[in-house]
Design a protein around this ligand. Structure first.
Ligand code: GCB
Ligand code: CA
Length: 897
């Protein structure tokens, strides 16, 4: 045992030593002790001997559970992390740094209990020089030092973003690295950039300039002469040019130099179709000893681009419509602490969708994102999160400016990046709207802040564009002067989702275009899609796949026809956490083209058909492989439903279980087939008709329900009452169909009207806009029939189990009627608005149920009851009103015997 330990440590030592010829960098993510406790206010109170800590690995966030639970709110406060770091003692001759890729929202880093760095801003990287805090133990091969990080995601009026439609996860959620350099090294401390800034001021098909700005820190006591070698490698790693210069470095300072390289002749241009990536490698050598001191490699792409107010966007002299999505750093069950691989897969999937554009919103993300966009050819914009509202003070202003500066310097060399943006819908929640004068002072502050950020950005990088994304109201942003500041105006537009019809889109956009006369990007548009919802009757705000496709089809067609719209970004690439959201899925914003788990929604395939150049076909059934629906005609056993096939071909043939359903033309990327589904497994094949191999397959399991229940379906029936949507519960594999009215010999409701939410602003309501407690199946409970008399099934004799589902949807916003529940509690008046009883075949099942009083508002209530039915009798669920109207949200029936 003793021996093997010795061998291992000797091995560790040699690997360390052989690696030090320039800079070494490795992660120290594993085994941190963590505690989340507001009572611990400072480092002295954080004593791991007495405090119970949890052993965690980074990336880490402390908010994974509390943002998905039913409680409102989530922990916004302090979390402490600590770890002993072991390094070879000979690092005392080097410079040691800790490199944090992201800590939300603010961080204090302590080395051996001494504060070494404070950083505010949860989305930019920072560097902590630690050498001077370490006591090197010269007697030993190794020295350890203690790192303690106080991370803080509290609400703080000085920290942007103040509020937004996403969850402000806290923690050390990106990699932590140890970096060791020689005393002479690229200046990595300054804004945590890498000390090399590349520009290509003039690029054409014939020639591409390369200019470098280099910052080198000399931490030695005296001036140092170094040899500086720059090598440029081509896309195939071939050496294109090499330049050697000698530099004199002043002691104890960061030395800045500008270097001009020879232009590269006939450069292989960078574009989405051909993302030719060059590489610039800079090396520093000791001029005397020729020892290599540091090295830095950076991407380089030759491209030129232009935005025009009327003509749109041009890349390398050619028109290019920028089309893609936005993206949050968020994943199912992982939240923002996403491992690198998820970033990589996401960009690959965007490319596979046909994206050539990405808005990295609303904040800078992991380094992987821009690396991948460089390599795959996706143009990008990235922005500093100043969202919805601002604080009018100097500290806030300063924090915004620092965040913008860090973002620019840290991401400077990526050829995929063409726009530096900042702010987002910054007057969404304006203050002082009742005081015109004060409001003007407020918006003036915002404009001044914007101008400061704009000036800083243009000074740092005169070769890219700037942008501010606004929302909806032209007036609000132009009156505030915000549209005057940036080079491009971004606009977030949701016509046809939050309000109005999507057909109002052209009017809105053309109004902005005519008034602003600047290049324009539609930075957001989108529709919520709960992956579990489908319908035959798409309507606004119904969260179905089908409405999503309809909405995006309209938008895309309009965008394609109008060159002046330089770029568009779907909101959003993927569903994401937003704790306060009340949609179909609680605390989740469902506007993703793919789900939280990255499973594509129908609309993702529609985008593929619309954007991909290579032949493409996909059947829109992947998200709906398990269905329940009623037969077309009594006794037929067939359920005919339309199936969309997305393709970029002229026409498509569809087969069902080996038999052709004919050939249909593809209109606007969609061919629609009426498919006569049978009970059980249905196999669909979509094919091209021109002889080239192009196929897609789909398997759909359908529970075809009989109209007459003579042969009662063995799996039972699950009905979403008061609704026109199919729902698939993916947790327990249960397919619900929507409701129907009763006809003789069959089944359905008698009486009642679908619940309409009293919210006038929403114009077209669909169920309740409330989270339903006690269930994840909110869509089932958010809709109901109000004033229902009966639910009737004309069943054969047997023993049945009926499950009734209720939820009170008239909650705090509704008027409550006082009602005395029973004789005994006469004095005690309860606030409620509805009481009713339910009996099945004259057997009282539920006596005087008061949903609000007994269970509370917006809470799922499930009552299961067994009833025998005699031959010749129907099964009738009877609702008896006592106060207010009886309701029913869903019903299940199952035959036991
Ligand atoms: C917006 C915001 C974005 C929201 C989105 C939505 O305009 O910029 O942060 O998530 O709308 O889904 O409402
Ligand atoms: Ca319902």
């Amino acid at each position: 045992m003793q021996k093997s330990v010795l061998i291992i440590s000797a091995f560790v030592l040699t690997t360390f030593i052989t690696q030090i010829n320039a800079q070494i960098k490795y992660t120290i993510n594993e085994s941190w002790q963590f505690v989340k406790d507001i009572a611990i206010k400072n480092i002295n109170q954080f004593d791991t001997q007495n405090i119970k800590t949890e052993l965690i690995d980074i990336p880490h966030t402390w908010n994974i559970e509390d943002v998905v639970d039913e409680e409102e709110g989530y922990y916004r406060g302090v979390g402490w992390y600590t770890k002993e770091v072991k390094i070879p003692t000979n690092f005392s001759e080097k410079e040691v740094f800790l490199y944090f890729e992201g800590v939300a929202t603010a961080a204090e880093v302590y080395i051996n209990n001494t504060l070494a760095k404070t950083h505010i801003g949860g989305f930019t990287r920072f560097m902590v020089p630690v050498s001077k805090f370490i006591k090197f133990n010269e007697a030993n091969e190794f020295t350890t030092f203690k790192v303690t990080v106080k991370a803080d995601n509290s609400e703080n009026e000085d920290w942007p973003a103040l509020r937004a439609d996403f969850t402000f996860f806290g923690g050390i959620y990106r990699d932590v690295n140890l970096i060791v350099t020689e005393k002479v090294h690229f200046d990595i401390v300054d804004d945590a950039a890498n000390g090399v800034f590349i520009t290509t001021p003039n690029v054409s098909a014939e020639s591409g300039d390369i200019n470098l700005k280099v910052k080198i820190k000399n931490d030695e006591a005296s001036t140092k002469k170094v040899k500086f070698i720059t090598k440029v490698f081509g896309p195939k790693q071939e050496l294109v040019q090499e330049k050697t210069t000698t530099l004199k470095l002043g002691a104890g300072i960061s030395n800045e130099f500008n270097l001009e390289l020879k232009p590269v002749l006939n450069p292989q241009l960078w574009s989405p179709d051909a993302p030719n990536l060059y590489k610039v490698v800079c090396e520093i050598y000791d001029a005397k000893t020729n020892q290599k001191l540091d090295e830095s490699a950076n991407p380089l792409g030759f491209r030129w681009f232009k935005f025009d107010a009327d003509k749109g966007f041009f890349l390398n002299g050619e028109y290019l419509k920028l089309i893609g999505t936005n993206r949050h750093q968020d994943y199912k069950d992982i939240s923002n602490a996403v491992p690198d691989h998820i970033h990589v897969e996401d960009i690959l999937r965007m490319k596979a969708m046909g994206s050539n554009f990405l808005r990295i919103a609303h904040y800078p993300q992991d380094p992987r994102i821009l690396e991948m966009c460089d390599r795959l050819g996706i143009l990008t914009t990235v922005e500093t999160p100043i969202i919805d509202t601002v604080t009018e003070n100097e500290v806030f202003t300063e924090n915004c400016l620092i965040a913008q500066l860090e973002m620019i310097r840290q991401n400077y060399n990526h050829p995929s990046l063409i726009i530096w943006a900042y702010m987002n819908e910054v007057i969404l929640h304006p203050k002082f709207t009742n005081d015109k004068k004060r409001y003007e002072i407020y918006t003036k502050y915002i404009k001044d802040l914007a101008q400061k950020i704009e000036d800083l950005t243009r000074a740092e990088d005169p070769y890219r564009y700037t942008m501010i994304p606004n929302h909806n109201s032209l007036e609000r942003y132009s009156n505030a002067g915000l549209t005057d500041v940036p080079m491009i105006v971004g606009w977030n537009i949701y016509n046809g989702w939050y309000g109005g019809s999507y057909e109002l889109l052209p009017e809105k956009i053309e109004e902005i275009h005519a008034a602003i006369k600047k290049p324009m990007i539609i930075t957001e548009y989108g529709a919520g899609i709960d992956p579990r919802l489908h319908t035959l009757y798409p309507t606004r705000f119904d969260f179905t796949h089908e409405y999503g496709v309809e909405y995006h089809k309209y938008y895309l067609e309009y965008f394609a026809k109008n060159d002046f719209i330089a770029g568009v970004n779907v909101w959003n690439y993927a569903d994401f956490n937003s704790e306060g959201r009340i949609d179909a899925v609680q605390s989740i914003n469902n506007k993703g083209l793919v789900g939280l788990d990255r499973k594509p929604k129908d609309v993702f395939f529609f985008y593929q058909a619309s954007l991909l150049k290579e032949p493409f076909v996909a059947i829109a059934t992947k998200t709906w492989g398990q269905r329940t629906y009623v037969e077309d005609q009594e006794g037929l056993g067939i359920s005919t439903m339309p199936v969309q096939v997305f393709s970029n071909q002229q026409e498509i043939e569809l087969q069902l279980n080996g038999k052709s359903l004919g050939i249909k033309p593809v209109v606007d990327k969609i061919a629609v087939f009426e498919v006569p589904f049978i009970n059980g497994i249905n196999k669909l094949v979509a094919k091209s008709t021109n002889g080239t191999y192009l196929e897609d397959f789909s398997e759909i399991r359908i529970n075809v329900l009989p109209i007459a229940l003579k042969n009662f379906p063995v799996g039972g029936i699950s009905i979403n009452v008061g609704d026109q949507r199919f729902f698939y519960d993916d947790k327990i594999d249960q397919a619900w169909m929507f409701d129907r009215s009763y006809t003789k010999g069959s089944w359905g409701h008698i009486g009642g009207k679908p619940y309409v939410r009293p919210d006038k602003n929403m114009q077209q309501p669909y169920g309740a806009k409330q989270t339903i407690k006690g269930t994840f199946n909110d869509p089932i409970y958010q809709t109901q029939l109000v004033g229902i008399d009966q639910y009737r099934f004309d069943v054969p004799a047997g023993v049945y189990e009926i499950t009734l589902h209720f939820a009170e949807l008239e909650g705090t916003q509704a008027k409550h009627l006082p009602y005395d529940l029973t004789e005994e509690t006469k004095q005690e008046t309860k606030i409620t608005n509805r009481t009713f009883s339910v009996s099945i075949n004259n057997k009282k099942i539920v006596d005087k149920i008061d949903l609000l009083g007994q269970y509370g508002e917006y809470r799922a209530v499930k009552i299961k009851s067994e009833v025998p039915v005699k031959s010749g009798d129907p099964l009738i669920v009877n609702f008896k009103k006592i106060v207010g109207e009886p309701v029913l949200n869903a019903i299940e029936i199952y035959k036991k015997l």
